[in-house]
Design a protein. Structure first.
Ligand code: SAH
Ligand code: SF4
Length: 395
C-alpha cells in the first residue's frame, strides 16, 4: 500500500563521453557497450568481441590503465585505442587512515564533485563502502548525507572506479598475465552503503556491480556484494534479477508513524508495502538472508516494545538484524541509545531466533562511520566555487 506523497527525483547522470578531449571512457561500459564503441571506432566487427575480452582483462583483472602496456594487442591497435579512448577512474583528493586501520578517501569525479569511499579492514576480509550518488535526494532525519542538497548520479565508471581506486591504494592487482586464486583478498566485499540511494541510480549501479562480479574482471562473488536501500519498493525485485547481490534494508522503525519521520520514503512505500516486497524477494533463503539495518536512536525507536514489534513484523522472512549504534554528527537531532538499551534490544531479537549483531563503529576518529559522509560536499561546494573563480565565471 502506498500513499501519494511525492518523492521527486531530480537527478541526472553526466553523459559517458567525458570532457577528455572528446574521448570515450571505457571504464564502466558493459561488454556490449564496449564492443559497440570499438566497432564505432573502426575495429573489425568479427574481432570486436575478442578485443573486448582482452582489454577487459587488462583493465579489470590487472588494473592496467595505459593502452600502450596491453602487450597482447598490436602496436597499431594500441595507438588507435589511445587516440580514441581513455581509462579514467575517480581521482583521490585525500586519504585519512583511522587508528583502527579504516581508510576514508575523498575522491573527485567529473564536474569537480567529490564523494567519499571507506575501506574497512577485518582479520579475514576487507569491505569497501561505495557511494552511488553525490549526496542523496532522500532526507532521512538521522543521516548526514541526507542533509546535503547537491545531487547527481554517479556513472557506472565512477562506481566501479571506486573499487579500482581502492585496489590501487591497497596495491592489490595481480601481476599482468597471472591470475591469483584462493587467496584472502584485502578488498573482498563491497557494500553499497556510502553516499546516495543505490536504487535511484539503478542502471549504473547494476552495470558497475556486473563488472565487479565478472569472472574475467574483478571477480567478486555476488554473495560478497550487499546493496542497502532505504526501501525503493518497485526496484527491489529487479535487484535480485539484474544484479543478484545480497540485500540490506534501512528499516529503523516498527511503526509507520516513526518510520515516516526517520525514513521519509516510508510515506510513499510504507512498512507493509516494503515487507511485501521483501517477502517476494526472489533470491531470499536461509543462506542468503535479508539484512535489516536498524539505527539505535535514544528514546525514539529503541524500546523493548519496538524489539517485540520488529520480531512480529519480519516473521517468515529469512533475516538478520544489524543494530547500528547511531553515529552522531554536528547538529544531529538524535543521540545514540545506551549500551544497555542496545543489548536489551539485541537479546529480544536473538531470543526470537534471529542473528542480531551490533555493528561496531569503525573509523570514528576520521568521521568515516555510516551516515557521516557529508563533509565532502562542503568542501565540494568550496572547490566548485574555486573552480568557477579560476575559470573566470564569477566576474
Ligand atoms: N541510502 C542507502 C544506503 C546508504 S546509508 C540506505 O539508506 O540504505 C547506509 C546505512 O547507514 C543505512 O542503513 C543508513 O540508514 C545508515 N545510517 C545513516 N546515517 C546513520 C547514522 N548517522 N548513524 C548510523 N547509521 C546511519
Ligand atoms: Fe539517503 Fe540512505 Fe542517508 Fe536516507 S540513509 S538520506 S536514503 S543515504
Amino acid at each position: 500500500m502506498t500513499t501519494s506523497a511525492p518523492i521527486t527525483q531530480d537527478v541526472h547522470t553526466i553523459p559517458r563521453k567525458l570532457p577528455t578531449g572528446g574521448k570515450t571512457n571505457l571504464v564502466g561500459l558493459t561488454r556490449e557497450a564496449m564492443r559497440d564503441a570499438l566497432i564505432e571506432a573502426g575495429a573489425p566487427e568479427k574481432q570486436a568481441k575478442m578485443r573486448v575480452g582482452q582489454i577487459w582483462q587488462w583493465i579489470y583483472q590487472w588494473g592496467v590503465r595505459d593502452f600502450h602496456a596491453m602487450t597482447n594487442l598490436s602496436k597499431a591497435f594500441r595507438a588507435e585505442l589511445d587516440e580514441k579512448f581513455t581509462l579514467e577512474i575517480p581521482e583521490v583528493v585525500s586519504k585519512q587512515v583511522s587508528t583502527d586501520g579504516t581508510r576514508k578517501y575523498l575522491v573527485r569525479i567529473a564536474g569537480g564533485h567529490e564523494v567519499e569511499v571507506v575501506y574497512i579492514p577485518e582479520t579475514d576480509r576487507g569491505t569497501l563502502c561505495v557511494s552511488s550518488q553525490v549526496g542523496c535526494t532522500l532526507t532521512c532525519s538521522f543521516c548526514h548525507t541526507g542533509t546535503q542538497k547537491l545531487v547527481r548520479n554517479l556513472t557506472a565508471g565512477e562506481i566501479v572506479g571506486q573499487i579500482m581506486m581502492a585496489r590501487d591504494d591497497l596495491d592489490e592487482w595481480p601481476t599482468p598475465g597471472t591470475r591469483v586464486q584462493g587467496e584472502v583478498r584485502l578488498l573482498s566485499n563491497i557494500v553499497l552503503m556510502g553516499m546516495g540511494e543505490p536504487l535511484y541510480n539503478f542502471e549504473n549501479v547494476r552495470d558497475a556491480m556486473n563488472i565487479a562480479m565478472d569472472p574475467e574482471g574483478i571477480s567478486l562473488s555476488r554473495r560478497r556484494i550487499t546493496l542497502s536501500t532505504s526501501g525503493v519498493v518497485p526496484e527491489i525485485a529487479r535487484t535480485a534479477q539484474e544484479i543478484g547481490c545480497l540485500l540490506a534494508v534501512s528499516f529503523h522503525a516498527t511503526t509507520d508513524e516513526v518510520r515516516d519521520k526517520l525514513v521519509p520514503i516510508n510515506k510513499r512505500w510504507n512498512i507493509e508495502a516494503l515487507l511485501e516486497a521483501l517477502r517476494a524477494y526472489p533470491r531470499v533463503s536461509n543462506s542468503e538472508r535479508i539484512t535489516f539495518e536498524y539505527v539505535m536512536l535514544n528514546g525514539v525507536n529503541d524500546s523493548k516494545e519496538d524489539a517485540h514489534r520488529l520480531v512480529e513484523l519480519i516473521k517468515g522472512i529469512p533475516a538478520k538484524i544489524n543494530l547500528i549504534p547511531f553515529n552522531e554528527w554536528p547538529g544531529a537531532p538524535y543521540t545514540r541509545s545506551s549500551n544497555n538499551r542496545i543489548h536489551a534490544f539485541a537479546d529480544i531479537i536473538h531470543d526470537a531466533g534471529y542473528a542480531s549483531p551490533i555493528r561496531r563503529p569503525r573509523g570514528e576518529d576520521i568521521f568515516a562511520a555510516c551516515g557521516q559522509l557529508k563533509s565532502a560536499t562542503e568542501r565540494e561546494r568550496k572547490s566548485r566555487k574555486q573552480i568557477e573563480a579560476e575559470a573566470g565565471l564569477n566576474d
